[in-house]
Design a protein around this ligand. Structure first.
Ligand SMILES: NC(=O)c1ccc[n+]([C@@H]2O[C@H](COP(=O)([O-])OP(=O)(O)OC[C@H]3O[C@@H](n4cnc5c(N)ncnc54)[C@H](OP(=O)(O)O)[C@@H]3O)[C@@H](O)[C@H]2O)c1
Length: 337
């Protein structure tokens, strides 16, 4: 295939035009704040309830975001009749119990990434969702950004040729007292950061057939940095690096015989990329406003559309893909020990 003369247009629907659902939030931490702020600023979704382990934290969160109902328990949110969909924003190791709480209460459920701490946990969540007959999805927000719709079209059109290689990194400096340093909260870079790397590599190259990895521990005992070499079906490779001890460019590259695609850092957030011909035929640039976590609303609009349509998940992030990501992360973790 010759180098394209222009990039495909993003087919992402207007988030503000999605049907309005009433959301309840579990947890009042960093991502919960950003999720609710993004919904309030960019969507027609309504956050009607928040639950916390403490009434005071729920009330402070509700006051910050103009939410009517503040509950001192998660049980109260999943039991509230006026909540259509529950968003789980608790630490990784709480995702399974909180997801079961919500699903068994019959609520549609959006669970922060990763779906569980292992693929075994993720499969338990998928089984509970099927049993309950409600919508369930991992909040892998990157999949719903317009940038990734353009990227998926380029891959489907084979604009990069083949075979493809992926090189990607995600390193961020964290203070010693951050949640990510705590073993009892399933800390470490794999579930928080490398989940984006593995999701990207699986999306570009398909299923993984072999995993090699090395890691070193941080002082708290969680993994501090990891380098992984994945072999994908057909023998293609991805090389991934993640660390908690420093800021790396956080770019992602897909290289093929026809063209290379370099996603600007941070590759998992709204932003741009450049597609450059391998044969010197020029380059094409995609840009979208780099609004960081203000972009969380794209996934909320998708959730609202799918639930309203009576669907149990989204084809852009089916539970099977979340489980496949955790299968690879489990294998990387094993290879590091
Ligand atoms: N999509 C993204 O870009 C993104 C970014 C960051 C994090 N995340 C994901 O979101 C989840 C939460 O991360 P975060 O950075 O928001 O964490 P955080 O700031 O520590 O907040 C987590 C919240 O969970 C609740 N919680 C329940 N059990 C807890 C426990 N045993 N220890 C501490 N908190 C507990 C707390 O709320 P209450 O006290 O109110 O109950 C706490 O505020 C993680 O799974 C992470 O992977 C996603």
């Amino acid at each position: 295939m010759s180098f394209p003369t222009s990039l495909p247009r993003a087919r992402t629907l207007d988030p503000k035009a999605a049907p309005t659902l009433r959301w309840g939030v579990l947890g009042t931490g960093w991502i919960a704040d950003r999720f609710v702020a993004s919904l309030r600023k960019h969507s027609s979704q309504q956050v009607v309830a928040v639950g916390s382990r403490t009434q005071s934290s729920a009330q402070a969160f509700a006051d910050r975001h103009g939410i009517t109902a503040a509950y001192g328990s998660y049980e109260a949110v999943v039991g509230a009749a006026d909540v259509d969909v529950v968003y789980i924003a608790t630490p990784h190791n709480a995702h399974l119990p909180n997801a079961l709480l919500s699903l068994e209460a019959g609520k549609h459920t959006l669970i922060e990434k990763p779906l569980g701490t292992t693929a075994v946990e993720a499969r338990q969540i998928a089984a509970a969702a099927e049993e309950a007959g409600v919508f369930c999805m991992e909040a892998m927000w990157t999949a719903f950004l317009p940038k990734y719709d353009v990227l998926r079209q380029l891959l489907a059109d084979k604009a990069l040729g083949g075979p493809l290689s992926v090189v990607a990194d995600f390193g961020e400096w964290f203070a010693d007292d951050h949640r990510i340093m705590r073993p009892e909260l399933a800390g470490g870079p794999l579930l928080d950061l490398a989940t984006y790397l593995v999701t990207f590599a699986l999306g570009a190259l398909g299923p993984v057939t072999d995993v090699a990895a090395r890691g070193q521990s941080a002082p708290s005992g969680v993994l501090g940095q990891v380098g992984a070499l994945l072999t994908h079906t057909g023998g293609t490779q991805s090389v991934l690096h993640t660390t908690l001890r420093g800021n790396t460019p956080t770019t992602a590259v897909i290289a093929g015989t026809e063209a290379s695609l370099v996603v600007d850092g941070p590759f998992y957030q709204p932003g741009g990329f450049t597609l450059t011909s391998a044969l010197g035929l020029g380059s094409l640039r995609y840009d979208e406003e780099p609004i960081a976590h203000e972009g969380l609303h794209f996934q909320a609009a998708e959730v609202a559309r799918r639930i309203t349509a009576g669907e149990m998940g989204s084809p852009l992030r089916p539970l099977a893909d979340s489980i496949a990501t955790l299968d690879v992360l489990d294998a990387i973790e094993s290879a590091c020990h």
